[in-house]
Design a protein around this ligand. Structure first.
Ligand SMILES: [Zn+2]
Length: 427
């Protein structure tokens, strides 16, 4: 094996601004320690900049055009139903609770994630190394696990060492239950306990360590509010890994580190019910909206087309830009006129739009929200008054990228897995 073992830390929804402020004044001592020993840059997320899409991109090194996870909520053409990965409790209920939970926990990895998109865990375990994952929702691996709930007998397939919200556990770690109190940070407290256990035993070659509570706080309080509420908890969760190794220096002797977030967040103060804009296409389209992105699907036999759907949003203030394919060309429609996607000034916009539209599970029309706006989800819920993400705009799209002890230029979140595999000399 070339190089040190490696820990990938993914902090959901942390903006570059937050990360930079946290390390500058050493407000977050563990993050600051890592930053002092590494190289930092700002990177770019995918589109839509929503967690299931982003984590699948991080774990496979491919965009949605290759891994096929299109959004938090989408229309399954073959099964003629909506897939909902947890926009909100109300959205899960609207989609059918049992189906939505099965989609989120099992189907995203077993059925929806493209078979041809190899995950970092599959690649590492196939090479005879040991991969581990804590809480990351894109987890597909080769090892079979039964849930910790004795009355559920449906297996999941994860990495050699696998810990998922107390539901799947490859080892007994004594970690507290993950789902006790989300707002108080119990999910990351679970991750920290498992992480401490893994580092104490040096029980992996590659660890994906996913911290989700920051995003949760940022939705409720906005990106800067989350700094007050949740930054210290993120830092403590990272610090517990360093402590478990006997301190920061000892930790870095053993491990290289990649720290990223999956997407940013921006403040939202208004919301729109996008379905109402398509009422005259009733029976012809399905609208899947959540956070700051939406997709519109044409049903078989529809007498309209994506260009007409785009025009229907011309005067809608919540919509910044729509994207669609005409032949192989990506058309970006904004302010009532069509143009090439290359005219969009957002980070990596052309590449992200192309990959989103190349996804066979994507809608015929993709919608990116205007600054300050959110689209209500299937259950009518939104985060107005807090933070959100999903769009092409810079604030939703940029992520902090810190690398320590690994020689890699990570400019996009899709660069993470290729960098990790190169580090381990795995093809
Ligand atoms: Zn989020």
């Amino acid at each position: 094996m070339a190089g040190k073992k490696l820990v990938l830390i993914v902090v959901d929804g942390m903006t570059p601004d937050t990360f930079e402020r946290a390390v500058e004044g050493r407000r977050a001592p563990a993050l600051a320690f890592l930053a002092e020993h590494g190289a930092y840059r700002r990177g770019t997320s995918v589109f839509p900049s929503l967690t299931p899409v982003c984590l699948s991109s991080i774990a496979t090194g491919a965009g949605p055009g290759e891994h096929h996870i299109p959004h938090l909520v989408w229309w399954h053409r073959k099964e003629r139903r909506i897939v909902e990965y947890g926009s909100s409790f109300a959205a899960l209920r609207a989609a059918g609770m049992t189906q939505a939970i099965t989609d989120t926990i099992y189907n995203m990895n077993r059925r929806h994630l493209a078979a041809g998109a190899r995950t970092v865990y599959e690649a590492i375990d196939d090479a005879g190394l040991v991969s581990a994952a804590v809480n990351i929702t894109c987890y597909r691996g080769r090892t079979r696990y039964l849930p910790t709930l004795p009355w559920v007998t449906k297996p999941a397939y994860g990495p050699k060492r696998f810990f998922y919200y107390s539901l799947f556990e490859s080892d007994q770690t004594g970690a507290p239950l993950a789902v006790r109190n989300r707002a108080a940070g119990s999910t990351d407290a679970y991750a920290a306990a498992v992480g401490r256990w893994l580092v104490t035993r040096d029980g992996f070659d590659f660890l994906a360590y996913y911290l989700s509570d920051f995003d949760y706080a940022s939705h409720a309080h906005g990106p800067s509010g989350a700094e007050e509420v949740a930054l210290a908890r993120v830092d403590a969760a990272v610090g517990s890994l360093l402590d478990a190794a006997g301190g920061g220096d000892a930790f870095l002797e053993r491990y290289a580190v990649v720290l990223v977030s999956d997407h940013g967040q921006t403040i939202v103060d208004r919301f729109a019910q996008l379905e109402t804009m398509f009422s005259r296409f009733a029976g012809e389209v399905v609208v899947c909206a959540s956070n700051r992105a939406a997709q519109v699907y044409l049903l078989p036999g529809a007498r309209t087309d994506a260009a007409a759907l785009a025009r229907a949003l011309d005067s809608e203030p919540s919509v910044d830009v729509t994207l669609r394919l005409e032949g192989s060309e990506v058309i970006a429609r904004r302010d009532g006129s069509d143009g090439p996607v290359t005219q969009l000034e957002y980070p990596d916009a052309a590449e992200r739009a192309r990959s989103a539209l190349a996804n066979p599970n994507a809608g015929e029309l993709l919608v990116s929200a205007a600054e300050g706006w959110e689209f209500a989800d299937l259950g009518g819920r939104h985060h107005a008054g807090g933070g959100s993400h999903g769009s092409l705009v810079e604030g939703d799209s940029l992520v902090p990228v810190l690398t320590v002890g690994i020689d890699a230029e990570i400019a996009r979140i899709t660069d993470v897995t290729p960098a990790v595999l190169t580090h381990f000399d795995v093809s």
